[in-house]
Each structure stands twice: as structure tokens, then as C-alpha cells.
Design a protein around this ligand. Structure first.
Ligand code: SAM
Ligand code: SF4
Length: 317
């Protein structure tokens, strides 16, 4: 197995694959478009075989443990089940998706049968008007039905909620209550300075401490031990609900980050805070690939997340 040279002892064990850079929602922290501009891009999508060729080469070098498929919106990727089945055949069992859940209601079972283990579903509000303000889409109900179907299909489900000061910070408790009622974990995310928010994230930053203060008005909480390489800090409420906070800004997790990213154009990235793509054709020999992986490792930040001009929609959140 490839030993990468990193002074913090980090390695790449989780691959995040951005299957496409388009989406059917327009979350205000991710895109700049208005509701009218949310359209599905018709440009050709990269094929499952080209993704699997690159994933196979990376797996041979790195011994990947987990793949998370993301985007853009991965449920818009036409060969999604083929790519999941193919990754499973490569011997990678821990297969996950991050999705907005908009198309999940009719796809959950098929994804489970293809070999998907778990799904993180983005849900920034349980109030319809706030959901619309955050995503520029109505039909909160559709996402909620997607969550129910994913649970019914036997997928491990978590909710991700980006909390923005002045936009949806009044949703922390309602979201926590909803997740507890559904008996699923929720993770609140501090907003990150990515894409159009690069350098401006502070304006909307609702910190881990702000979130804990809101939660303390209703619940007593105890902090749970952090698992190595986890993006989230976790707490349990006195009523048994579990929630996490992904505190990129207040408590960055760079020091044991084990994630490598692959975009839909065949570029790898070692860090969200670096938007210099490293092109991988899949035809490299093992020495050339090792060299590219070493470059990606050097992109990792030492301690702090600083963000980049590249949108999460492209690099894959
Ligand atoms: N479309 C899918 C979704 O929304 O779950 C997958 C792609 S999305 C880019 C992946 C994750 O990144 C989502 O949980 C989203 O909320 C998060 N995200 C996007 N932009 C962000 C930002 N500026 N700050 C924090 N989280 C962000
Ligand atoms: Fe689409 Fe996900 Fe970005 Fe929202 S966060 S616009 S759902 S890619």
C-alpha cells in the first residue's frame, strides 16, 4: 500500500466523488442563481466506466475504506446504480451518498439494492418558507418523503443542516426535534467560505457555540468522544437524541482529515481549501499516480480551513 509522506501522519482512506456539477436546488450558500436559473444541465455526464477506472486505480494505491458520492446532486447522475455496483465489485463496501433528497422517494430502494450503505440528506429547515428561502425550491414535503423512504429502505440516514446567521438559525431546535422524532442523527454545519462565499463566510457564520447555546435553552447535552477523522463533534441530549456539529471554522478537523476528492472531470484534490486541480487520466503508471497523490496530500492545510473560490457544487461537499 502507498505510504504518503505527511508530517501529520495523514493518509487518504475516504474518497469523495463529485459525479456532476449540476443540481436541481439552488441553496443560497452554494449557488448564486435565482430560482429561474435552476435547470438541469444537459451536457454529457462522465461515464460510470471512466469513474470506475480512476476509482480502481486509486483504490489499488490507497486501499480506500469509504466512498461518498456527491456533487452537485448525485441522484441526477444517470448511471448512479452502475457506479455503486462497480465500486462494490472493487471491494469497497462502505458506500455512501450525500444528497438533497429531492428525487429520493422513488430511488431509495434501488440504491439500497445496488449496495449503498448510508445517505446524508441535506435539510436546512422544516418550515416551508425557510426551506424555500434556503434552497429556492418549494416542496419541502418531497424531501421529507425522501427521508422516510430512505429509512424504510434500510439505509443508514443522517441529516445535514447548514445554519446561516439571520437566515435559518431559528431552525436549529425544530430540526433537532424533527431528527429526534425520526430517530436519526443530525449534523449542523457552520457555513464555509466556498465559491461565492469565499472570504465572506463570516457574515453568515453561526458558530458551534451559538448552536449549543440555542440547544441549551431546551436540552441538557453531554459531549461524546470524537472518532478519528470525523468531520463532526457529537453530543447527546437528555432525551436521547444525537446531534453533531461540523465546525469548520470554530474547531477545524484538518489535522486528521483523511479525505481525497475526485471531480467529474477527472481531477483530484487533497483539500477543500485548495482549488488547484490535479488531473488524473487513469492511464498513469503507479509511480506517476503516486506522485499526483503526494501533490494532493501537500494541498492539505496544517490546521485551519480557509475555503476557496471553487464552489462545493463542483468540488463535491
Ligand atoms: N446536492 C447534495 C446535497 O446538497 O446534499 C450534495 C452536494 S452538496 C455540495 C454537499 C454538502 O455540502 C451539503 O450538505 C451542503 O449543505 C454542503 N455545502 C454546500 N455549500 C456549503 C457551504 N458554503 N458551507 C457549508 N456547507 C456547504
Ligand atoms: Fe445543490 Fe447540494 Fe449545492 Fe444545495 S448544497 S445547491 S442541493 S449541490
Amino acid at each position: 500500500m502507498l505510504e504518503l509522506n505527511d508530517k501529520y501522519g495523514r493518509s487518504f482512506k475516504t474518497l469523495r466523488v463529485s459525479l456532476l456539477s449540476t443540481c436541481n436546488l439552488g441553496c443560497i450558500y452554494c449557488t448564486m442563481g435565482s430560482e429561474d436559473e435552476i435547470t438541469v444541465d444537459r451536457k454529457p455526464q462522465a461515464s460510470a466506466s471512466s469513474f470506475l477506472n480512476t476509482i480502481g486505480k486509486l483504490h489499488a494505491q490507497l486501499g480506500l475504506k469509504t466512498i461518498r458520492f456527491t456533487g452537485g446532486e448525485p441522484l441526477l447522475y444517470r448511471e448512479l446504480t452502475s457506479v455503486i455496483k462497480g465500486a462494490k465489485k472493487l471491494g469497497i463496501d462502505d458506500l455512501k451518498i450525500t444528497s438533497n433528497g429531492f428525487l429520493l422517494e422513488r430511488m431509495a430502494l434501488e440504491l439500497k439494492e445496488a449496495g449503498l450503505r448510508s445517505i446524508n440528506i441535506s435539510l436546512d429547515a422544516v418550515d416551508g418558507d425557510t426551506f424555500f428561502q434556503m434552497t429556492r425550491r418549494k416542496q419541502l414535503d418531497r424531501t421529507l418523503r425522501g427521508i422516510e423512504e430512505a429509512i424504510n429502505a434500510g439505509l443508514e440516514v443522517k441529516i445535514n443542516a447548514v445554519i446561516m446567521k439571520g437566515k435559518n438559525d431559528n431552525q436549529v431546535l425544530p430540526l433537532l426535534n424533527y431528527a429526534s422524532k425520526m430517530n436519526i442523527p443530525i449534523r449542523f454545519l457552520e457555513v464555509m467560505g466556498m465559491g461565492h462565499l469565499f472570504g465572506k463566510g463570516d457574515q453568515y457564520l453561526f458558530t458551534q457555540q451559538n448552536m449549543l447555546d440555542v440547544i441549551a435553552t431546551r436540552y441538557d447535552v453531554i459531549r461524546l468522544p470524537r472518532k478519528p477523522s470525523s468531520t463532526a463533534n457529537y453530543w447527546q441530549t437528555n432525551q436521547g437524541g444525537v446531534f453533531g456539529i461540523i465546525a469548520n471554522d470554530s474547531e477545524p478537523f484538518c489535522k486528521d482529515c483523511n479525505r481525497l476528492r475526485l471531480d467529474a472531470e477527472g481531477n483530484i484534490y487533497g483539500c477543500l481549501s485548495n482549488n488547484n486541480p490535479i488531473a488524473v487520466s487513469g492511464d498513469e503508471d503507479s509511480i506517476q499516480l503516486k506522485d499526483k497523490l503526494q501533490q494532493a496530500m501537500q494541498q492539505k492545510q496544517s490546521l485551519n480551513f480557509v475555503g476557496s473560490e471553487m464552489s462545493m457544487m463542483h468540488i463535491g461537499g
